[in-house]
Every structure is written in structure tokens, then in C-alpha cells.
Ligand binder design. Structure first.
Ligand code: GAL
Length: 672
């Protein structure tokens, strides 16, 4: 098996994190046997091996990794080789205590768990990069080496640091961004509360302060931390690129994870990979589907790899129930249905010791192939071998949702009209409606080219940065349909208000002016009456809207603004712009979105009852594959479009209708 730079594998990735340093070498041979039996083709090695690879500042031990890599090559298992910098060894903390991160109260974190490094620490970077160079030089031509895995889940535990090195670097970062101290003062609005700076050295980090720190400073600090972590990544990546320019390089993300600006990061990865741990008893994993779509979208639709999921149960929730039989398989196919070209696990063999000994794995504490878990792992691995045709095929999507990390950061800063407005919650509500209608969804940045989408939904677009309003206007002008929601168009990229009546930069496009907004208390509701009939409830927020060319589709039913518009529609050029000035109940959102989809002739690929998920992937040669996933606990029948299909998993021919077992899956290939 070969892996090219853009990871066009001939097979779907199947494997997991492999931590052989936790086991005597006799066990490795059995690992190889069980991996081969289960159809494993790649494992991530060395993620937490720094201490095993480097006993001291000047001493290295690669002998065990040499033997392991050779064994893997012999057994046809590829290595996603980690740079091992995710957990620095104890000697580094002893030698360079300043490499440990500092919290907002000024307290230093201790060594003894993992991720105990400041991303700006010179010592961490120096020793880490030395190790990376050694690893790259040693294994560059090794036949098992397929891909580089830099560090692990950046910012998972430590997403901010308040140490002196960070303070110094923050000042440098700000000088680069603003050039002059006057510009910084203007952007941060420092005439407020006597915050004006006269010298860069006066600027600190927004740590422990008596009350709200400056919002511009907080926002820039979030940008700075994302950039600092990225810079740590790039420091390692440069070395790998220099020594192994032919190999793909990546790190594993955590989905819709707030601290990192993933669109910016993804530019520097050859392939996006991420780790998904949905709550196993919470029903259909809609949020996992949303994050698959988001992760796929980071590189414009290029397939991603699910780097970690669990076979059975995790160890870090309050209670850790098992995934029921068939659920791991179903959710693995959901990954592929949303554009995954691989399904991997944390971890291969369940640990005997350490904090994760109760975390599920592909091989459990029974240690053999007789466990339910291993049997499910083996079945899936053998099935995936039949799916080579899917590799590098693309998910079809004519709907986009705007997603913006800077907006997320700004929206959830302190001192807002309501603390209950959470960006992900707003995005999820509209994604849920699209998911239930079974239409494909891409995620895009606010300044992206939107011309290939029929519908664009932008919930809670609080921040409208320069160029964004013009981008949205030209999209709608040219026939696009845009839907946005309350608390949009409020601030610029520095969290300063867009003056002139909300949603100032979007006012012309939406044909409305929001004069005031009235956040609701927990438990408080209002109603919306649909023009032409129908009543729904709403909560959280009410915009008091004046129409300036738009039409009301629904109006509030009570309070002093009863009868004023709650939902509006505005024709703009050849397209339409919709605005929802409250948080309506889910039924209304589904109806509204459903109406738009119908008008735009965006249909689900199959006719299915609730609980059946469907997506479409299309390969470069034009072949279409319809994924149908039954999340229901009973047999379900699904209506198919015209044509003759073959199910790639079972090999059976199917036409007009399909019967799916509970947790059943079909991947239907339309026959020519
Ligand atoms: C991930 C991490 C793995 C493992 C796993 C447990 O966040 O990358 O190393 O800790 O969680 O669920």
C-alpha cells in the first residue's frame, strides 16, 4: 500500500492508536496477528513515546521503535508515526520548569499527566524539534512509514497560557497586527475605563482582572493562542517537510473545538483528521454528523480521516455506558457517509495501567479475539475492504452553513445582552433541520465563494468582518438564498459595534432594522404567529424589527412588541434573504428550512421515515453512492429513486425499496 501526498489511499484507513511501549515485546507479535485478522492497515505509533525515546536531554533510544517499525512492515501495517511531542518527559520539566504552562491565576501546572507544555516555550520547542529531526532522519525511508502525526489534539487540555514567554510573544504578535500603539488603542477602544496604552511593554495578557478585561484584548488573545499553537505545529512540520517532502503531515483535531481557528490550521495540514466521541446513549449522533461535515469542509470537501473513536466506552464521563452491539459499526459508516476515508480508534490494545485503563479499545483486557468488541472490530475491518471504490469520492452538498471561529470567540465573550447565546447551540438547531431533511451540508467561512450553493444559512453571525456583507450581498444578488438569525451584524473584527442600527452592514440585504433586542429569561417564552396561519413558541431572544423593504413571515404574539415582525423575507436582486429574529421551537425551524429546500428543489436522495439518515458521495468518474443508515431500533423500509442499485456491503441488488435492520446500513451504487 502506498500513500501519496494528498493521501489518496487505495483503501479506507482502518486501525487505531498503538502504544506498544506499554507492553512487553512478546505481545507485539500477537498485536500483528490480531491486526491482520481484523483488517487493520494503519496504526498511529509514538504519540506518547517521548520519554521512551529520549531518556535524557542528550540520550535517545530508538532501538525498540526500530524493531516495531520492522515488525509492522513485515506484517503490512502502515505507520502513522507521531512526533511524540504531546507529552514532554519529566526531565524537561525538571531542567526547564518555565516550559510548564501557567494558568490565569499565575499558577504553574505540574508535570505528571500530559500536555504540560507552554506552546511558546523555547525549551519545549527546542527539545521537541530536535526529537522530530532525529525521528524523521531515522525513519524517512522506512517501508512502514506512511504519514506523520504531529503532537496530538493541540489545546485539548491547555488552550491558554499566561506565562512570561507568552506575554512577550503576545506583544510581538500585536505589533505585527497593528503596527502602532495608536492603532491598537483605537481597535481595542482603550479610551474606555482608562485602558489607554503608551508603550507595548505595558500590555499584558487578559488573565486575572477585577472585572471584564477589554473585549478587543480578549479576542486578540484567543487569536494569539490559536496562532501560538499553530506556530508550534509549524515548527515541527517544517522539519518533516524538509526531510520527507513526499509524506503527508497532519495533526488530529477535536471537531467543533473552540480554541483553534480550524480553517486557518487546515491550510497547513495535508489531510484533516479528527477524534469523535459522541455520547453513546443520547440517540442519533447528529452533532457527530455535523462535525464530520465541518471537518470535511476545512479542506474544501477533501475526505478526512476519523483518527479516534471508541469501540465500546470511554473513561472520562461521569458514567461510561457501552455502545450497544452494532452501534460502533453504524457510527463508523456515518463517518464514511459524511466524507471520511478512514475509521480509526483510540486505542488498539486496552492499557493495563495509567489513567486510561478503563477506556475501551479494539483488543480489550481479555487480550484475544473472542470478545464481542474484537468480533465487531473484525467484521467492520473485513467489510471496509470491499469499499475501495469510495476512496476520495466527494459528498454532494448544495447547502452551506457559515461557520466562523472568530465569530464564536467574540459572541461568547463576557458582558453581553444574554449569556445564554451559545454559537454552537445556534448552529446545531439549523443543522438539525437540514439533517432531518437529509440534504448534504458544507460549512464555509463568511468570506468564501458561495456561488455553488443554493441555500446558505448563517446563524448568529454576530461578527461581520470587512468584506463579508459585500460577499453575502453579491451571493443573494446573483440568485442565492440566505438565511440568518438574531444577534447578527453587530460588531466588527475587533468587537466594536457597527453603528447605524442593527444589523448595520446587513441592513440593506435583509431589508430590516433591528431597533432593540429583548433577551428572555430562562423559562420565559413568547409566540410567533405565521402569516397565513400557524402558531409556534419561541424563547431566548426577541428582536424588535422595523421593516425596510422586507416582508414579515411571522410576528411575535405577545409583549409590548406583539404583532411586530419575528421572521422576515427580503427579495434582493435575483435572490432572497431571510431573517429569524428569535429562537423558534424546532418544529418551526424544520418547517421554515423545509419550505426553502422545497422551493429550491433540494431533495433527499431517498424517501425515508424519521431516524433514517441518507447522504450521497460521488466519485471522480461520476459514480454515485447513496448511504442509508437506520438509526431506528426496528426494521425500517426506505423508498429509493428510480434505477437498479447494488449494495456495496452485502453485494445484493436492490431496486425501488430497501429493508434495513435496526442499526442497518446500505451503500447503494447506482448501476449504469
Ligand atoms: C483523546 C486523546 C487520546 C485519548 C482519548 C480518550 O482526546 O487524543 O490520547 O486520551 O482522547 O478518549
Amino acid at each position: 500500500m502506498t500513500v501519496s501526498k494528498n493521501v489518496k489511499l487505495p483503501h479506507l484507513f482502518y486501525g487505531g492508536d498503538y502504544n506498544p511501549e506499554q507492553w512487553p515485546e512478546e505481545v507485539w507479535k500477537d498485536d500483528m496477528r490480531l491486526m491482520n485478522k481484523a483488517g487493520v492497515n494503519i496504526v498511529s505509533v509514538g504519540i506518547f513515546s517521548w520519554a521512551a525515546l529520549q531518556p535524557g536531554p542528550e540520550t535517545y533510544d530508538f532501538a525498540w521503535l526500530d524493531r516495531l517499525m520492522d515488525l509492522m512492515a513485515e506484517h503490512g501495517i502502515m505507520a502513522d508515526l507521531a512526533t511524540a511531542t504531546a507529552s514532554p518527559p519529566a526531565w524537561l520539566a525538571k531542567l526547564h520548569p518555565e516550559s510548564l504552562p501557567v494558568d490565569e491565576n499565575g499558577a504553574r501546572y505540574a508535570q505528571g499527566s500530559r500536555q504540560h507544555y507552554c506552546p511558546n516555550s523555547k525549551a519545549f520547542r527546542l527539545y521537541g524539534q530536535r526529537l522530530v529531526r532525529k525521528l524523521a532522519e531515522r525513519y524517512k525511508d522506512h517501508p512502514a512509514l506512511a504519514m506523520w502525526h504531529i503532537n496530538n489534539e493541540y489545546a485539548c487540555h491547555i488552550s491558554q497560557c499566561f506565562c512570561e514567554e507568552c506575554t512577550r510573544e503576545f506583544r510581538v504578535w500585536l505589533q505585527k497586527r497593528y503596527g502602532t500603539i495608536d492603532e491598537l488603542n483605537a481597535r481595542w477602544g482603550t479610551n474606555f475605563w482608562s485602558q489607554k496604552y503608551y508603550d507595548w511593554e505595558e500590555i499584558g495578557l487578559p488573565g486575572k482582572t477585577p472585572t471584564y478585561p477589554n473585549p478587543g484584548q480578549q479576542l486578540d488573545y484567543k487569536r494569539f493562542m490559536s496562532d501560538s499553537l499553530l506556530d508550534a505545529y509549524l515548527g515541527e512540520q517544517r522539519i518533516l517537510k524538509e526531510i520527507t517532502p513526499h509524506l503527508p503531515i497532519m495533526t488530529n483535531f477535536m471537531g467543533a473545538f473552540k480554541p483553534l481557528d480550524h480553517f486557518e490550521w487546515a491550510k497547513h495540514l495535508d489531510v484533516v483528521t479528527w477524534d469523535s466521541y459522541p455520547e453513546p446513549t443520547a440517540g442519533i449522533p447528529v452533532f457527530a454528523a455535523m462535525q464530520h461535515d465541518l471537518m470535511r469542509s476545512l479542506k474544501g470537501g477533501q475526505p478526512f480521516i476519523l483518527m479516534e473513536q471508541v469501540t465500546s466506552q470511554v473513561n472520562w464521563r461521569q458514567q461510561n455506558p457501552l455502545k450497544r452491539p452494532g452501534v460502533m459499526r453504524l457510527w463508523s459508516y456515518q463517518t464514511i457517509a459524511h466524507g471520511g476515508d478512514g475509521v480509526m480508534f483510540f486505542q488498539w490494545r486496552q492499557s493495563q495501567a495509567g489513567a486510561e485503563k478503563f477506556h475501551g479499545a479494539m483488543v480489550t483486557h481479555t487480550g484475544d479475539e473472542n470478545s464481542r468488541i474484537y468480533r465487531e472490530v473484525e467484521q467492520l475491518g473485513q467489510e471496509l475492504k470491499r469499499l475501495d471504490a469510495l476512496v476520495d469520492s466527494r459528498v454532494e452538498a448544495r447547502v452551506a452553513m457559515i461557520f466562523d471561529w472568530h465569530n464564536w470567540w467574540a459572541l461568547e465573550l463576557d458582558s453581553k445582552p444574554s449569556r445564554d447565546i451559545l454559537y454552537l447551540e445556534q448552529v446545531k438547531q439549523y443543522y438539525q433541520a437540514l439533517f432531518e431533511h437529509n440534504v448534504g451540508v458544507d460549512f464555509v467561512q463568511p468570506n468564501a465563494d458561495l456561488s455553488s450553493y443554493k441555500l446558505v444559512i448563517a446563524p448568529a453571525m454576530y461578527m461581520v468582518a470587512p468584506g463579508v456583507a459585500a460577499n453575502l450581498e453579491s451571493y443573494v444578488q446573483n440568485g442565492g438564498t440566505l438565511l440568518t438569525t438574531f444577534f447578527s451584524g453587530i460588531v466588527d473584527e475587533n468587537d466594536r459595534i457597527h453603528l447605524g442600527g442593527y444589523p448595520a452592514p446587513l441592513r440593506k440585504l435583509l431589508g430590516i432594522c433591528v431597533e432593540e433586542f429583548d433577551p428572555m429569561l430562562p423559562g420565559q417564552t413568547n409566540g410567533i404567529s405565521i402569516t397565513g396561519g400557524g402558531e409556534f413558541s419561541c424563547n431566548l431572544w426577541a428582536d424588535i424589527i422595523r421593516l425596510e423593504g422586507a416582508e414579515a413571515l411571522a410576528s411575535f404574539s405577545s409583549d409590548f412588541f406583539a404583532g411586530s415582525p419575528a421572521v422576515t423575507e427580503h427579495t434582493f436582486g435575483s435572490g432572497k434573504a431571510y431573517y429569524v429574529g428569535t429562537q423558534p421551537e424546532a418544529g418551526y425551524i424544520k418547517q421554515l428550512v423545509g419550505g426553502l429546500l422545497a422551493e429550491l428543489e433540494l431533495q433527499a436522495p431517498v424517501t425515508a421515515p424519521a431516524g433514517v439518515e441518507a447522504t450521497v458521495r460521488r466519485s471522480a468518474n461520476g459514480d454515485r453512492y447513496i448511504f442509508v443508515l437506520n438509526h431506528n431500533g426496528q426494521k425500517t423500509s426506505v423508498g429509493l429513486p428510480e434505477g437498479a442499485f447494488v449494495d456495496l456491503i452485502s453485494g445484493r441488488s436492490v431496486d425501488s425499496s430497501l429493508e434495513l435492520d435496526p442499526n442497518g446500513i446500505a451503500i447503494l451504487h447506482l448501476q449504469p
